[in-house]
Design a protein around this ligand. Sequence first.
Ligand SMILES: *Cc1c(COP(=O)(O)O)cnc(C)c1O
Length: 377
Amino acid sequence: MSRIYLSSPDITPLEEQFVVDAIRSGWVAPLGPHVDAFEREMAGRVGTQYAVALNSGTAALHLVLVSWGVGPGDYIPTSTLTFAATANAITYTGATPVFIDSDLESGNIDPALLDETITKLRSEGKSIPAIVPVDVLGKCADYEAIGAVAAKHGVKVLSDSAESLGARRGDIRAGSFGDAAILSFNGNKIMTTSGGGMVTTDDAALADHVRFLSTQAREPAIHYEHKEVGYNYRLSNLLAGLGRAQLERLDDMIAARHRHRQMYADLFAQVDGVEIFQREGDEHDNCWLTAIVVDRPVTGWATADLMKHLAADDIESRPLWKPMHLQPVFADAHHSTTGSAESLFDTGLSLPSGSALTEDDVARVTTAIELFLGDRQ
Ligand SMILES: *Cc1c(COP(=O)(O)O)cnc(C)c1O
């Protein structure tokens, strides 16, 4: 019996065909026709004019902030309920992350708290050039409210859409919100290039500068000439080929994740004290991961109990992100918290959600959960 993961890569003969094509074409380098085509196709998909393919989502966050001149002395508000990459990229620039708590329903950044925090930090004379809201687990943050806060304070918005490709909020597609957005194609994301990421934006100068920085900031000269510190962050043509195949299949992969969410909703429908996280309005989400939120006084069991039960069957499950303000590495960072993210960390559990789950996998997960619930009635 093989292990069932939260979100494994979903690879078919189409991906193989694209990668073999890349190898046979001779373009085995961090440039080539698949990179250019992948950028065009992804820009079309999210609805931006430009896209720059990089070797990770973290690199994408880093280079946008570098391009904007973010550095030591700057304070960058972001979600506390996120993967560490968001906070790490801010820290690479020398700026200080400021962790803002979640709205309890969506888990996404609380716009009123964001507004208050910027006002307070500005009154203390702090420099806040940009904010980095995150679309957690595939649900878009409250773009309208965040946009209004950003406009009020005159800050740039870098939207971390690493988890939300394919989702939208109203007319705004994930990857097109703000002055720039980033995507991730890590192995566990909604689609993958094994590792990779992208900057998406309507700002031509930003796209050019990010591309320039990502290839060691080489000036146009016959010899190697450098006026800026560069990075080696470009995506390989082989991996861009993989990405193009995945993008063709993205809608099918999202549909599979929606089916898994419905399966969990049916499974827990009669269980008092268990809610499907982010269920409200989720027809526009990509349902990257489905999580449950458990009210222990009502259920009589905690997420840790279910996690242990599933682990015994070699089924992976995991608590929601441990908030960044609780991470030892960021213990000294500024934060504005209400307890929502911490509560979601205590009560939330992500369940296997990947589009590559087979019918047998789904049956195994269902049976394991039914047995767990049956024992506790
Ligand atoms: C995965 C992820 C990233 C980083 O992407 P990589 O491609 O793994 O570097 C950034 N932010 C969030 C919210 C993520 O989930």
